[in-house]
Design a protein around this ligand. Structure first.
Ligand code: ZN
Length: 113
């Protein structure tokens, strides 16, 4: 948790954490149409992720997971990661990234405004 500052790769998007990065790569591998992966962090520590296509549509099913755990927490099992518990959400783009207007359109469509 403490080494995040130095590992920053982009000044516009938050860097995924190590566990997230592994998941993102796995999701991208299984989703040839994806241009990125939406990452949603919940207040309980669980994560929700889904690949997104160039048109801002889902390109995979939504995956929920919890770092270093066999399964998501009981609260998430209960509410499927209700949006009210979201603490951070962003898209981790596949390289090469789409152009700025496309990224903005996808962000608005996927994460809302
Ligand atoms: Zn949870």
């Amino acid at each position: 948790m403490a080494k995040k500052q130095q590992a920053r790769r982009s000044k516009t998007a938050p860097s995924p954490e190590n566990g997230e990065q592994a998941m993102i790569e796995g999701i991208l591998e299984g989703s040839p149409d994806a241009v990125g992966v939406a990452v949603i962090r919940l207040d309980c520590g669980c994560r929700k992720m889904a690949a997104v296509s160039l048109s801002g549509e889902p390109a995979s099913k939504v995956i929920m997971y919890r770092d270093n755990a066999q399964s998501i927490c009981d609260q998430c099992k209960d509410d499927q990661g209700n949006f009210r518990r979201v603490v951070k959400q962003f898209i981790s783009w596949k390289t090469p990234e789409p152009d700025q207007p496309t990224m903005a359109m996808i962000l608005a469509k996927v994460l809302g405004s």
